[in-house]
Design a protein around this ligand. Structure first.
Ligand code: SF4
Length: 212
C-alpha cells in the first residue's frame, strides 16, 4: 500500500467513524475562533471553552477587546496558562484587525501570520474553518498520528509534517481530516496508550501493536 493509498483509506475510515468533523472550540464570530485558538496553546479545548464563555460575554465585540486593558483581558483568562502573553496578543490582535483589516479576519496565510500570536496552526484552522480553504492544522495529535500511520518518519517538525500531508490528502478534505484526526487521537491513538486492539485503523496502520 502506498502512502497515498493509505491516506485515502484512513480518510474514508475516519469519515465513517466521525461523520461530524467539527472544531471543539466554541465561537460565534470569526475573530473569536482566532482568539480561542490562541488561548488553546498549552491548554485543553475544554478549559478554553469554559474560559471563553465568560471572556466573550465580558468582551462581546472586537472593539471591546481593543478598548480593554491587557490586565482586564488577563483577569478572564488566568486559568489558561501563559495568560499575560495571551492577553497581550488578544489585545494587540484586536487593535490590528480593526486598524488594518476593517475588523475582519483576513483570509490568506501571509496576512494571518502577521497577526500577534498567530502561527501556522492557528492560521490553518482559520483558513479551513472560517473560509473553507484547504488547510492542514498540524497540532500534537496530527504530528503523532502522521508518524504512527507512516505518512512521515520520525518527524516532529510541524511545518515538515504539514508539507508531507499536503502532498497526500485531498485539499478539499484536508481541514475535516485534521479535525477527525484530533478526535481519533483523543479517543483511540492517545500519546501514552494507543488502543490498537479495538482500533478502526488496525488493518491499515503500520504501527499496529508496536507502540508499547
Ligand atoms: Fe494508533 Fe494502534 Fe490504531 Fe495504529 S493501530 S492508529 S498505533 S491505535
Amino acid at each position: 500500500m502506498t502512502k497515498k493509498e493509505r491516506m485515502q483509506a484512513v480518510t474514508e475510515r475516519l469519515k465513517q467513524v466521525y461523520p461530524e468533523a467539527v472544531c471543539a472550540l466554541h465561537y460565534t464570530h470569526d475573530y473569536e475562533l482566532l482568539f480561542a485558538t490562541r488561548l488553546s496553546a498549552q491548554c485543553t479545548d475544554a478549559r478554553v471553552n469554559i474560559v471563553t464563555e465568560k471572556l466573550f460575554s465580558d468582551f462581546p465585540t472586537l472593539e471591546s477587546f481593543a478598548e480593554a486593558s491587557e490586565e482586564e483581558i488577563a483577569e478572564d483568562i488566568r486559568s489558561c496558562g501563559l495568560f499575560r502573553t495571551k492577553a497581550r496578543d488578544l489585545h494587540a490582535c484586536a487593535v490590528m484587525l480593526l486598524a488594518e483589516y476593517g475588523g475582519r479576519v483576513p483570509d490568506t496565510m501571509e496576512e494571518l501570520l502577521r497577526l500577534p500570536g498567530v502561527g501556522r496552526k492557528t492560521a490553518n484552522l482559520i483558513l479551513g474553518d472560517i473560509f473553507g480553504k484547504p488547510a492542514i492544522v498540524c497540532d500534537t495529535h496530527c504530528i503523532r498520528l502522521s508518524n504512527r500511520l507512516g505518512f512521515v518518519r520520525d518527524e516532529k517538525d510541524p511545518v515538515k509534517v504539514e508539507k508531507a500531508l499536503r502532498g497526500l490528502v485531498t485539499p478539499a478534505e484536508s481541514s475535516d481530516f485534521c479535525h477527525r484526526l484530533v478526535l481519533f487521537g483523543r479517543e483511540h491513538c492517545t500519546a501514552r496508550a494507543p488502543r490498537c486492539t479495538d482500533c478502526p485503523l488496525a488493518d491499515i496502520c503500520p504501527s499496529f501493536g508496536k507502540m508499547r
